[in-house]
Ligand binder design. Sequence first.
Ligand SMILES: COc1cccc(CC(=N)NC(=O)c2cccnc2OC2CCNCC2)c1
Length: 389
Amino acid sequence: KKHKFWETQPVGQYKDVGNTSLPEGPIELPTPLDEVKQEPYNLPALYEWVTCDIDSEETCNEVYSLLTNNYVEDDENMFRFNYSKEFLRWALRPPGYFKSWHIGVRVKASKKLVAFITGVPAKIRVRDEVVSMAEINFLCVHKKLRSKRLAPVLIKEVTRRVHLENIWQAAYTAGVVLPTPITTCQYWHRSLNPKKLIDVGFSRLGARMTMSRTIKLYKLPDSTITPGFRKMELRDVPAVTRLLRSYLAQFAVAPDFDENDVEHWLLPEENVVDSFLVESPKTHEVTDFCSFYTLPSSILGNQNYTMLKAAYSYYNVSTQTPLLQLMNDALIVAKQNDYDVFNALDVMHNESFLKALKFGPGDGQLHYYLYNYRIKNALKPSELGLVLL
Ligand SMILES: COc1cccc(CC(=N)NC(=O)c2cccnc2OC2CCNCC2)c1
């Protein structure tokens, strides 16, 4: 029976789709904190819960290795996400984070880490309501422990720990369809190193295309073209926060970033997140912004390469520079830094540049979900202003 677990959860159920009489908002009311289950859920006999201290070099190594060998692969099992240790520390320690939401499962006897799930706190606006949520990510069960029904226990345990902090909603994404997406995004890829992408099977040589013609097709200028285009610095946080908040206001679902959030999520960190802005040479006003995060993938089974260096479009704001030109500069910077591919979802205004900048559609979709929060009508991807890692 499909979704045995999800039919027990406060999420939009298939039977409710289209039922516009149901109000938008929380599906279940909060439980009094003293009625939230105080002890962890039961695990199968040989396993125990552990809170993963991502600051610890040893634990961070264990988390990194578990994900490197057992996390999400593409549909053809040719690539596997390879989040770096510094990326994991960035992703899991935003302002107000809870160590208790970094949850692992160990084998009692060997202490081997065999499963993981995380939450981080976030203020997410849904239409006119700013809701305190947990962003759930990195759900991973070791390949050898699949179909032991561990994932539902991990999800219930992170939910319990989120409830203990008096937070009752969550946001998450998945490549699979569960009850019930708030929107379904298409992902797109822009080749930066077409020769490598074809060699590793990420892309295929187009019909009637030679390799040299393909390399020429994706060639980019050696330097960015927008006057005033530069890396974001700490001093830019107030201006970028203003710019981003007013831009994200147009979307039905978006993060409600304050300056601390912007400093954490958007200040450049090498090999983790890159952010650029346009400072008007005349007025010195910050008029535009673009950013991408770094998420390599292991290449499974290729003689010449082991890693795919991929950039993922993050938050982009255009008020004076055409978004097309701004994103072309982002591609140019990514190419300068030896990225092989630049990925983007068709969220926000991304559709306006995807084809023009020679992105090709990916072969999968990314579904967005809210936990314990009903929205009346599913969104179009262009109404979504939230990018999860
Ligand atoms: C190229 O290596 C891959 C390794 C594993 C999976 C995929 C396909 C895939 N599932 N891609 C995405 O989910 C994706 C495509 C474009 C933009 N963001 C994405 O996912 C992000 C956001 C959700 N968490 C994973 C990273 C590709």
